[in-house]
Structure formats: structure tokens, C-alpha cells
Design a protein around this ligand. Structure first.
Ligand code: PLP
Length: 413
């Protein structure tokens, strides 16, 4: 909590992988007076944000908005399409995949949790350094001849590790096995930063949240649906009332919700969608990819390994950095926070104390990222971590030599 008696000058560097720094334009939109959520002005807002979200999810089908954090939308996804005792296939890619798995168990489902075995030379689990292995899914689904597995659940961008997964490869694996399982994807931290195509990739339910690529404060989350998922929800019997899609989708036709929506966050969402769509999604994705490359250039120069061990799967949203054995990554984070007013993401679950995460999303640019990297570099030196070379200098050279695409250059027609 920032104390008003001792307010640090300048801006805090919120460099965690969500909640992301919120652009002033969005903060201003959120500060507008709250209006009647049953009035005509509201209906225009409701319809506008749903249409904008459909563009961002790249879907023609309904997108449901919940006044809840991402965890609520995880639960909504499961309870709408599944029944007690249903079998699921989930894949251990990190902490968030593990939490979704734990939720499925609490709901009385029977998830199988696939994982690559063992630890590697860093002492960390291999499964938490690589993405979903689509061939493991295909093999497991082929063995399920009676089609008892009802859904495959995977995380698109593992925020705990900085590793992405190839969702189209998962779709193809399900199809190659000739299996009818639903494909459910958590793109809570991928959406609006990493390319994500709900319809084209044949996803049945996509779960997302406001506080990452959409650059909003936490507080709203989403389920994007497919016709197959909507059909499954008619016969699914896990208890659902508040989360039930049917009433929400029906009322959304008129731009309204059955219960009180989060009006001011919807103003922010409307502004965020304008910003993203004005820039054009391909340009937004390219911007995040380039930031990721710049940050990895710094990490390589320091001589530290990234949490992601697969060159093709680096997240455009965040970079996980493994600290040398014996260096407590949380003590390093604490030092950097105290000395430089810079917040880095902690190592979660099995990665506690062994790594930290640098977010490159939200209201950022080359210079804010370079400033964040300088805070990390100073912290590494103060903590006695031997750094091979200056990551800041390497990143400066990268950003100077690699111009960003022009604003609007990737705008969609
Ligand atoms: N899934 C992923 C990939 C996340 O990054 C998060 C939060 O960071 C969650 C799920 C949980 O969402 P929330 O904390 O908004 O409830």
C-alpha cells in the first residue's frame, strides 16, 4: 500500500506479468460517472464491448463477461459444460495449470494431469520449462476408445513460467485422434498480447481476464464460447446459477446483464478495445514479441537461463529468469523493490525462490522496459549475482537496431 505520507516520487514500476500498468486513457474512462445499467446508454456500451471482444477473441460466437477475476471464469467454464465425475485431460505446464487442475478436483471432476517427467540441469521440473506436448494428448485420446474424456484443458500462456503452448497443435491432436472432447483454453494472460484465434483454432471455451493484455485493472473476466460448448451446456449437470451462460447470453442480445455489471470497468474495457483495434491486433502482437526479444537479449547478456527452455515458445507477455543455485530470487526481488521501487513477479509453486518474472505488457514502451532492466541489473549486482555483461546495454542495442512497426501498420481492414 502506498502511504500518502511517504509517497515516492515518480511512477512505481509495476513490472509483474499482470495486473499490468493501466494506460491513463483507460484510467480516465473508468473515472466517468456510473450510469443506470438498465438504461439506453448502457445498452449501447454493452453491445459495443461484446462486439469488440469478439474481434479480440477472433470469434463470431458469444463472449460472456463476468464481474470476477480469472479464477471465476475458470469455474464458469467448467461448470457450464461438465457433470460430476466427468473425466478431463489437463496438462501440467506450471502453477496456473496446477490451480485449474485443483479446481476441477474440488468440483468433483476426474482430471488426469499429464506432465513431462523429471527435473533438468537447473533442478527445476522439465514440465514447467516446456509447453503442452500435443502428441501426449493425441496418444492419451487414442487410448480412450470409449470417449470417456469430456474435455481437454490447457493454458495458452503460462504466466508462472513465460512459456506458451501451441493451441492449434492441440486442436489437431484432438482431431487426429478422432476424439469428441471439448477443447478448453486458459488465455487469461495471452489474450490481446499473443495471437489467439478462438474460432480458427477450434477452441470450445476460452477463459480470459481483464488485468493482462487488455490493460485494465483486475475485476472482469471472460468465457468465449463455441456452438458445441453451448450445446454441451444444455445437458451438463454440475450446479450453475450465477455462472450459467444461457441467461447472460440471452440478455446480452439487448446489451444488458441479468445482474449488475461492472459498469466502470466496462468503460475501461470499451477504451481498451478502441486502443487495441485502432493499433490493429497484428501490430499489438508484434509489439509484445519485440519487447520479449529485447528483454531476452538482456537476460542472455547477463548469462542467466530463461525459465522457457524451448526457443519457439517464449512468451511475448513475460520472461521468467532463473537465478543461480544459492541465490534466493525472492530476496533479490525484495531488494530491487526496496531500492528501486520496481515490482517483479515472484516464482510461484514449484519455482518459489528459484526465479523471478519480468512482465512486458500493459502501458509500456522501450524506455520503460530499459528502465526496468536497469533496476534488475543493479539488483543482480547488489545481490552478488555474477553477470557476464550488461543486459541493459545489450537491450539498448537491440531496441535501437530493431525499429517497432509503425502504429496502425498492422491494422485489420
Ligand atoms: N490463469 C492464468 C494463466 C493466470 O495468469 C491467472 C492469474 O494470474 C489465473 C489463471 C487466475 O486468475 P485470477 O488471479 O485473475 O483469478
Amino acid at each position: 500500500m502506498i502511504s500518502l505520507d511517504n509517497h515516492p516520487s515518480g511512477r512505481h514500476f509495476l513490472q509483474i506479468p499482470g495486473p499490468s500498468p493501466v494506460p491513463d486513457r483507460i484510467l480516465r474512462a473508468i473515472s466517468l460517472p456510473t450510469i443506470d445499467h438498465r438504461g439506453p446508454e448502457f445498452a449501447a456500451l454493452g453491445k459495443k464491448v461484446i462486439a469488440g471482444l469478439q474481434q479480440v477473441f477472433q470469434t463470431r460466437h458469444p463472449v460472456v463477461i463476468y464481474p470476477a477475476s480469472g479464477t471465476g471464469a475458470w469455474e464458469a467454464a467448467l461448470v457450464n459444460v461438465l457433470s460430476a465425475g466427468d473425466r478431463l485431460l489437463m496438462v501440467e505446464t506450471g502453477h496456473f495449470a496446477s490451480l485449474w487442475n485443483k479446481m476441477a478436483l474440488r468440483l468433483g471432476l476426474q482430471p488426469e494431469f499429464l506432465a513431462l517427467p523429471g527435473n533438468d540441469e537447473t533442478g527445476l521440473p522439465v514440465a514447467w520449462r516446456r509447453g503442452v506436448q500435443a502428441e501426449m494428448i493425441e496418444e492419451r485420446l487414442r487410448a480412450d476408445r470409449e470417449h470417456r474424456i469430456r474435455a481437454v484443458c490447457v493454458v495458452h500462456n503460462e504466466t508462472s513460467t513465460g512459456v506458451t503452448s501451441d493451441i492449434l497443435a492441440v486442436r489437431r491432436a484432438i482431431d487426429a485422434a478422432g476424439h469428441p472432447a471439448l477443447l478448453m483454453v486458459d488465455s487469461i494472460s495471452g489474450l490481446a498480447s499473443a495471437d489467439f484465434r478462438h474460432d480458427e483454432w477450434g477452441v470450445d471455451v476460452t477463459v480470459s481476464g481483464s488485468q493482462k493484455g487488455l490493460m485494465l485493472p483486475p475485476g472482469i473476466s471472460f468465457n468465449a464460447l463455441s456452438p458445441k460448448a453451448m450445446e454441451a451446456s444444455k445437458s451438463a449437470t454440475l450446479p450453475k446459477a450465477y455462472w450459467a451462460w444461457d441467461e447472460i447470453v440471452a440478455m446480452n442480445q439487448g446489451g444488458y446483464w441479468p445482474s449488475t455489471p461492472n459498469t466502470n470497468l466496462l468503460y475501461g474495457l470499451s477504451e481498451s478495445l478502441d486502443m487495441l483495434l485502432e493499433e490493429g491486433l497484428p501490430a499489438v502482437f508484434a509489439r509484445h514479441r519485440r519487447w520479449g526479444q529485447g528483454v531476452r537479449t538482456a537476460v542472455r547478456a547477463w548469462g542467466l537461463p530463461t525459465q522457457c527452455a524451448d526457443e519457439h515458445l517464449h512468451s511475448p507477455v513475460l520472461t521468467g529468469v532463473i537465478t543461480p543455485q544459492g541465490i534466493d530470487a525472492d530476496a533479490l526481488r525484495k531488494l530491487i523493490h526496496e531500492r528501486f521501487d520496481l515490482s517483479l513477479g515472484t516464482g510461484l509453486g514449484k519455482l518459489k525462490g528459484r526465479m523471478f518474472r519480468i512482465g512486458h505488457l500493459g502501458d509500456s514502451n522501450d524506455l520503460t522496459l530499459l528502465a526496468a532492466l536497469s533496476g534488475v541489473e543493479m539488483g543482480l549486482k547488489l545481490a552478488g549475482v555474477p553477470v557476464a555483461a550488461s543486459g541493459v546495454v545489450a537491450a539498448m542495442e537491440f531496441f535501437a537496431a530493431t525499429p517497432a512497426r509503425e502504429r496502425g501498420a498492422g491494422a485489420r481492414a
